[in-house]
Design a protein around this ligand. Structure first.
Ligand SMILES: C[S@@+](CC[C@H](N)C(=O)[O-])C[C@H]1O[C@@H](n2cnc3c(N)ncnc32)[C@H](O)[C@@H]1O
Length: 317
């Protein structure tokens, strides 16, 4: 909202993770803070607001997860969010989750959409939320990260001026452009010879470097990003794979044109955060990496909120 130049008051925030609450209180000073949204205290305690933004836990719906779906207790968060939406009837809603909700749990997505659409709003005529969903990739919004996420937007008809249009994206940047400069003292040879300390990770990096070299690609010039903390040695060129909470908290990705793992600063940039605008001193590097892997990409949220608010009478040019 700051980036969009829109005035706002953060009425409330909620997260079970104490570190996340501390971060939010320090950086955004919400009027009230809750620690569990799956409670009546939260549903009744959060005041009516014009906008709800929520990235609900994705593990139950993640393609990489155990596919527990609604049976997983973490999957219940969305139903408590819907309880609050039904009670407080915010003018606009933005929800975020993994694409696995579409591909592996379409019945849950349908239930969520139907629950939103079935909320009876006061007033005559079309008194239902208009609800849309789409999968967007952060890589199309000026961030060097392949991060496909499902976004659900809803607006109350009494505030809608124009039909909502999805932001187009189409703005790609290279990962190298957001990397910290290599120290002047590091030579090409040192970068080429550098390997992760852990044996398995070193082997994965070695294999990718061999592959690149065999294909005529210079791994010191090209920025190959290797998931050296994983088991398969997945890699791609000049773009981060999707940063997950677990990868963020365990050192990030290996960069062949730097001969090292990504830094916290680089991971922040890949999620659209401007380090100079935030205080992260209360978080350990592990907590910060985890938070970044959990976060919504700032540039995507900004593009979505711009379109959502512009379609309503809340937008102030
Ligand atoms: C996908 S992350 C989204 C994080 C944050 N909304 C963002 O976009 O940066 C899901 C978050 O839900 C929090 N969470 C899980 N269960 C919760 C609950 N019952 N009440 C509040 N927060 C919860 C987790 O700690 C985690 O930070």
């Amino acid at each position: 909202m700051h980036r969009l130049g829109q005035k706002f008051t953060l009425l409330s925030s909620c997260d079970v993770a104490p570190a996340m609450r501390a971060f939010c209180e320090m950086n955004h000073a919400p009027k009230t803070v809750f620690h569990d949204c799956c409670t009546d205290e939260w549903v009744k305690g959060v005041p009516a607001a014009d906008l709800l933004v929520a990235g609900f836990p994705c593990q139950p719906f993640s393609v990489a997860g155990v596919h527990g779906g609604e049976l997983d207790p973490r999957g219940t968060v969305i139903w408590w969010l819907l309880k609050w939406i039904r009670r407080a009837q915010p003018a606009c809603v933005l929800l975020e989750n993994v694409p696995g909700l579409v591909s592996c749990h379409p019945e849950t997505l349908l239930n969520i959409l139907e629950a939103l659409q079935s909320i009876r709003l006061p007033g005559a005529g079309r008194s239902r939320y208009s609800v849309r969903w789409k999968i967007l990739n952060s890589a199309d919004f000026g961030l060097p990260q392949n991060r496909r996420r499902l976004y659900i937007v809803a607006a109350r008809p009494d505030v809608v001026r124009w039909p909502f249009r999805w932001p187009e994206g189409g703005r790609e940047v290279s990962l190298t452009s957001v990397l910290e400069a290599a120290p002047r003292t590091t030579t090409r040879q040192q970068i080429a010879a550098a390997r992760p300390r852990a044996q398995r990770a070193a082997r994965l990096v070695e294999n990718v470097v061999r592959l690149l070299t065999a294909a005529g690609v210079d791994p010191v010039r090209a920025c190959a990003v290797i998931d050296a903390g994983g088991t398969k040695g997945c890699w791609n060129l000049d773009r981060l794979p999707c940063l997950t909470a677990s990868r963020g908290s365990t050192g990030g990705f290996w960069l062949t044109n730097r001969g090292r793992f990504t830094t916290s600063l680089e991971l922040m940039r890949c999620q659209g955060f401007k380090p100079c605008e935030m205080d992260t001193s209360m978080l350990s590097a592990r907590q910060l990496g985890r938070a970044l892997g959990n976060a919504m990409s700032v540039d995507v949220v900004a593009a979505l909120l711009k379109r959502l608010l512009q379609s309503t009478n809340f937008w102030r040019p």
